[in-house]
Write a new protein. Structure first.
Length: 253
């Protein structure tokens, strides 16, 4: 067997949340290219359907299911749709996320809760919903952020707290599920990649972040997606409870 065979996902079924754009869409494409059938979840049904159609157009299997991950019942419905279509769930990528930049002295309880409900609670509801169906050899990857590990000159208390919480959630689920259920649970902490979120930054902000990076450029979506494929494939079979930082070195400066 070739070492490259360790990265193949033939006959696997993967759920990706937040799959309507950016990293989520890149994750979905990469999983499909590796051989998995993909079930795509997000709130924007039209954008989601376009991503799924693009995957099917090049021979992949894709199903789009609108979901609000802040609603536990909606997460259950997404998992059940995957089971109804494909009969199994092997991979979950908890990528759905929102961000805010409100000063801590002025952020409202509702604004803070919205971020926690999507980024942290939503990942837990999805893990619960999929974990009920997953068999030994399955894998969950939570998409955290470099902002769980460092600061970046913006007031992002809710976002940073939610992403740091994901790292703790990852460790605990790995401790609970890897030995008992055979489900590996890991996290990726991306740095700065071209997404709708980075498009919202003020002019000059990303340049200031690049100047902090050891690899002095923004990341390519494919670089983060390649890390995901390693983690969810047999190649990553001895890795669980870990957070893999893909940030060009910004967190070490």
């Amino acid at each position: 067997m070739s070492i490259l065979d360790e990265f193949r996902l033939t006959d696997r079924v993967a759920i990706v949340t937040g799959a309507s754009s950016g990293l989520g869409a890149a994750f979905a494409r990469a999983l499909s290219e590796a051989g998995a059938a993909v079930v795509l979840g997000a709130r924007r049904a039209d954008r989601l359907a376009s991503v799924a159609e693009a995957i099917r157009a090049v021979g992949g299997q894709a199903l789009s299911v609108p979901v609000d991950v802040a609603d536990a019942a909606s997460c259950t419905s997404l998992a059940e749709a995957a089971m109804a279509e494909y009969g199994r769930i092997d991979i979950l990528v908890n990528n759905a996320g929102v961000g805010t930049a409100y000063p801590a002295s002025r952020e409202t309880p509702e604004q803070f809760r919205q971020v926690i409900d999507v980024n942290l609670n939503g990942s837990y509801w999805m893990a619960q919903a999929c974990g009920r169906h997953m068999q030994p050899g399955s894998s969950i990857v939570n998409i955290s952020s470099v902002l769980a590990l460092t600061t970046a000159g913006l007031p992002q208390a809710a976002y940073s707290a939610s992403k740091a919480g994901l790292i703790g959630l990852t460790r605990d689920l790995a401790a609970q599920w890897t030995g008992r259920k055979g489900i590996r649970v890991n996290a990726i902490a991306p740095g700065y990649f071209p997404t709708e979120m980075t498009d919202q930054y003020a002019p000059g902000y990303l340049d200031s972040m690049v100047s902090r990076m050891v690899v002095p450029r923004m990341g390519r979506l494919e670089e983060c997606a390649a890390t995901l494929i390693w983690l969810v494939s047999p190649a990553g079979g001895y890795v669980t409870g870990q957070t893999i930082v893909v940030d060009g070195g910004v967190s070490i400066t």
